[in-house]
Design a protein around this ligand. Structure first.
Ligand SMILES: [Zn+2]
Length: 121
């Protein structure tokens, strides 16, 4: 396991960094990090920026964040809309990151495909 990934084991941030021993689905070319733009070309408000490590960065923490006033209902609706349109295309949202979508379940990608990028030694 890489140094950064090892330091995060057992912390709330563990789900944000892929262990190099397993590899990120991005390394297979089968994951997207995306957002939405409005008609003016501005990023739609998701309540947190891309790559936030906050507990409510994904679906997992949204209910609690709404109760605590950290997210608004509109921000959650925006996230749900992104998940809905991506889901219609078969993309699977990572529950800890509103912006991350896999083309298939991570375990099936790891089992079926070879990771094209070399793993750190
Ligand atoms: Zn990602």
């Amino acid at each position: 396991m890489g140094e950064a990934a090892t330091e995060l084991v057992g912390t709330p941030w563990q789900s944000f960094v892929a262990s190099p021993s397993k590899g990120s689905i991005h390394a297979y070319g089968m994951a997207l990090d995306i957002g939405l733009l409005n008609e003016k070309g501005e990023l739609v408000d998701m309540g947190l920026p891309y790559d936030s490590f906050a507990f409510y960065a994904g679906k997992n923490g949204e209910k609690q964040a709404l109760e605590q006033g950290l997210l608004t209902e509109v921000q959650i609706e925006n996230r749900n809309f992104l998940r809905y349109v991506m889901g219609r295309g078969g993309w699977i949202n990572l529950p800890s990151e509103w912006w991350h979508f896999n083309a298939a379940p991570g375990d099936s990608i790891r089992a079926k495909y070879v990771q094209p990028l070399p793993l750190p030694q």
